[in-house]
Every structure is written in structure tokens, then in C-alpha cells.
Design a protein around this ligand. Structure first.
Ligand SMILES: Nc1ncnc2c1ncn2[C@@H]1O[C@H](COP(=O)(O)OP(=O)(O)O)[C@@H](O)[C@H]1O
Ligand SMILES: CC(=O)N[C@@H](CCC(=O)OP(=O)(O)O)C(=O)O
Length: 265
């Protein structure tokens, strides 16, 4: 099965998003879509007087920001993506981690930084894989917003790359899972300013060198951490590429992005 994550810069571009959803709808076999939307939440937040604040790629989520991201992720983005997929003949069902108790989490403990209502997922074993499996077996395509819940009535904001990685790991005992991170660039780049400098393969050794050299930074660090965590926990393959690379996955050839492996032979 495919678990595809789509990033915020593509979600914010109606033309690219529509093209991506057409390709996603056509992917054969069982599949799950996980969407981000950080960029849209920040733009709408600013219109409401809520200043976005991030520490190490995670949004500081106070009570007002939690209301904002709930409206934007679970409402505006999730329901529009589901409606667009329905129009493309893909029977999508919108989900947060609260729905079907799919993804329980705990509020990140306050250490030096108080992240507010940010949820950490304890591990893939806490995911309700049986419920997600049942939805997929019923022919539905779950579309996850990046929200989890604390089991006490509260929603929590959780990075969408992490959601994709833990879902992939939790479903690995049921399916051979391919996890694909789609975003606005062609892959992991050797030179951030050169879109054609895609690094075709990254293994753990190369990753550690790329981090030391400062080639991989910002949002790419949690993305790669999540990618390796998935591979270490039973996920069959992890790919990072542009949204437009989706059709090459179905054909199995011509993928132009970055393939992640624990050890590249
Ligand atoms: N070596 C690199 N190659 C590509 N992108 C990189 C690299 N290092 C840092 N980045 C940054 O990582 C970002 C992707 O992470 P993020 O913003 O979390 O993506 P997403 O939109 O998928 O959530 C890119 O937009 C880019 O600015
Ligand atoms: C806790 C935390 O940081 N949550 C993220 C969830 C959205 C997300 O991950 O969106 P992208 O994939 O588009 O970046 C945020 O609010 O930005």
C-alpha cells in the first residue's frame, strides 16, 4: 500500500494540488493520504492576528493557535481535499487522529520550551491500525489531517511528516508499505538553490554527513528522521520527491527524486 504525504507548499498552490490529486486518485491499490498545511494555517492566522512561531520545525500551539489549526487542517484543507478526490472517483474519507481513535498522542511535556498543544505519538503500537485497515479493506481512502488527540477530549497538533511515518509503521504488519513524501522540490537537494541537484540515494551514513555539512537543514531534518524511523520499523520503502513524481511510482520506473535506505549497497 502507498502512504503519501503532501506538503504545505503544494497544498497552497491550487494548480499543483489539483494535478497531484488527479495522480493520487489514479494510484492503484490501497492508499492513504496525509496532508500538512502549515503554510495555509500561518497565512490565515496572520489575518486573524495570530503570529506563527516555530521551534525546530514544530509550531508553538497555544489555545488560540489550536483553534486555528483545527479549523484549517480538519476543516478547510481536509474537507476540500476529500471533495476533490470524490470528484475524481476516489472514495476518500477525511480523518483526524481522534476519528476512530486512529492516533492517540500525549501533550509534549514542558522542558525548556513549552510547545503548548503539540502531540507526540508514543509509537506505532498505539495507533488503531485495525480501524484504519478496516476502512481500507472497505474500499475507502483515508485522508489524514495532522491532528491527534489526548484521550481526554483534547485535540493536539502533530507534524504531518510524523503522522505519515507512524501510520506507515503501524500498517507495515498488514501491508507492504511504501511511504512517499511529496513536496514542492524535486527531492533532497545537494544545493538548495539548484532544483536539479537531486541526491538520488541517501543512507544513514550519507545523512549524517549531509547534516554535518549543513546541506540538509530546517524541515528536511525531521522529514529524514521520520523516513529512517519508518525503515527501521518495517516499512518497505521510503521516497522523497516532488508532487509531480507520483505517476512514476505506479509505473515503477523513472522516479526522479530521492530514495532513502538504511544502507545503500
Ligand atoms: N537539502 C535540502 N533539499 C531540499 N529541501 C531542503 C533541504 N534542506 C532543507 N530543505 C528545506 O526543507 C523544506 C521541506 O520541509 P518542510 O517545509 O517541512 O516540507 P513540507 O512542505 O513537506 O512540510 C524545503 O522546502 C526546503 O526549504
Ligand atoms: C506541531 C506542528 O508543527 N504541526 C504542524 C502540522 C502541519 C504540517 O506539518 O504541515 P506541513 O507538512 O505543510 O509543514 C504545523 O502546525 O505546522
Amino acid at each position: 500500500m502507498y502512504i503519501i504525504k503532501i506538503g504545505g507548499n503544494v497544498l497552497d498552490n491550487p494548480v499543483r494540488l489539483q494535478r497531484f490529486l488527479i495522480d493520487f486518485a489514479q494510484l492503484p491499490g490501497p492508499k492513504i493520504l496525509v496532508h500538512g498545511g502549515g503554510k495555509i494555517a500561518s497565512t490565515i492566522g496572520l489575518q486573524l492576528g495570530i503570529e506563527p512561531q516555530y521551534v525546530e520545525g514544530r509550531r508553538l500551539t497555544d489555545a488560540e493557535t489550536l483553534k486555528l489549526v483545527t479549523m484549517v487542517y480538519a476543516g478547510l484543507i481536509n474537507k476540500n481535499v476529500v471533495a476533490q478526490l470524490q470528484a475524481l472517483g476516489c472514495n476518500a474519507i477525511g480523518m483526524t487522529g481522534a476519528d476512530a481513535n486512529a492516533i492517540p498522542a500525549t501533550k509534549r511535556p514542558v522542558k525548556t520550551i513549552d510547545y503548548g498543544f503539540v502531540g507526540d505519538v508514543a509509537g506505532p503500537e498505539t495507533i488503531n491500525a485495525a480501524a484504519i485497515h478496516a476502512l481500507v479493506q472497505a474500499g475507502l481512502t483515508p485522508v489524514f489531517a495532522p491532528l491527534t488527540h489526548d484521550g481526554q477530549g483534547g485535540l493536539l497538533n502533530t507534524n504531518a511528516d510524523t503522522i505519515a511515518s507512524v501510520l506507515a509503521t503501524a500498517l507495515a504488519p498488514h501491508f507492504a508499505v511504501k511511504l512517499v513524501y511529496c513536496f514542492e522540490k524535486k527531492g533532497v537537494l545537494a544545493d538548495a538553490d539548484n532544483d536539479d541537484s537531486v541526491i538520488a540515494h541517501i543512507d544513514l551514513d550519507r545523512y549524517s554527513a549531509l547534516k554535518t555539512e549543513g546541506v540538509v537543514k530546517d524541515g528536511m531534518i525531521p522529514k529524514l528522521d521520520n523516513a529512517f524511523a519508518a525503515l527501521q520499523n518495517g516499512v518497505s520503502a521510503v521516497l522523497i520527491g516532488e508532487a509531480e513524481a507520483l505517476p512514476s511510482l505506479a509505473t515503477g520506473s523513472g522516479f526522479t527524486g530521492t530514495t532513502i535506505s538504511l544502507k545503500h549497497g
